[in-house]
Design a protein around this ligand. Sequence first.
Ligand code: 4NP
Length: 149
Amino acid sequence: MNILMVCLGNICRSPLAEGIMKTKVPDGFLIDSAGTISMHEGKHPDKRAVETAAKHGIDISKQRSRPITAGDFEKFDKIYCMDIDVMADVVSKARTEKQRQKVSLFLEVLGDHENAEVPDPYWGGADEFENVFQLLEGGCNKIAGQILS
Ligand code: 4NP
């Protein structure tokens, strides 16, 4: 099972989602992240995201931002989007119905949070990043439960 986490810049939310998800699954699962914009391409995650992950014992400092590619729709089985705008953008890049069906809103895995979004913490502070971490942790636990059962 190959999983791609997607946000806007691939420097805050999806790097955290990638880092957390990797702690939930054994070797052999491909977990990666990408953004819908290429503005931060090649950059490491935002310092605040790195610090929040480190507080929870997860090292995301070596990740690098990259934009989503056409190949990702073939390579990955599941493409989880952090918010509705990101999802709309990702869906617009899918070229077949099969590819489109791989795409979903990350927090929908929690069921009772229909249309729930992982808020963009970019303009916030440490509290916003911690809140994002907790949302991602809950969602990743649920995804791990689904794919490992
Ligand atoms: P992310 O956060 O999508 O969670 O990586 C953002 C990163 C960069 C920008 C906005 C959100 N930006 O406007 O550059």
